[in-house]
Design a protein around this ligand. Structure first.
Ligand code: FES
Length: 145
């Protein structure tokens, strides 16, 4: 089984402005305002045009990573389920923790990481391909193989 390859090694290094579904840039302030209090996670359009989850607990506290929401089993989009404190795939019930580690298969691999940062002018959120070692596994990222 080959996991989906949404926006990493095969597409090369990419940086993109996170947008909403209408293509409008997303700011951290807007993320915090729009996200439900339980988890402060918001889905945006990220690297490669794929859905990605951002977490921002406060305007000055954007997590340094985003998670590509494409399940590593067969590519369904994975929602965050606040009541369970995890991502749960609607297709075959794989589960991932808040940092995208697999808690329950059949997903074979953790969710793909993307770097998340705020533009210097305090505006949009920038997402870029994560090419360094995966902090969850201590290994090279599977999506750059
Ligand atoms: Fe997610 Fe199968 S596509 S568990």
């Amino acid at each position: 089984l080959s996991p989906p390859h949404p926006g990493g090694g095969r597409g090369g290094l990419q940086t993109t402005v996170a947008t909403d579904v209408d293509g409008a840039p997303v700011t951290v302030a807007a993320l915090v305002a729009a996200a439900p209090a339980d988890g402060r996670k918001t889905m945006v359009v990220g690297v490669g045009g794929e859905p990605a989850w951002l977490t921002a607990a406060a305007p000055d506290r954007l997590d340094h990573f985003a998670l590509c929401a494409v399940c590593t089993h067969m590519g369904c989009v994975v929602p965050w389920v606040p009541a369970r404190g995890r991502y749960v795939c609607p297709c075959h019930a794989s589960e991932y923790d808040h940092e995208g580690r697999v808690l329950r298969g059949p997903a074979p691999l953790p969710l793909q990481l993307e770097h998340a940062a705020v533009e210097e002018d305090g505006g949009a959120v920038l997402l870029s391909t994560w090419t360094e070692d995966d902090f969850r596994t201590g290994k090279a990222p599977w999506w750059t193989a």
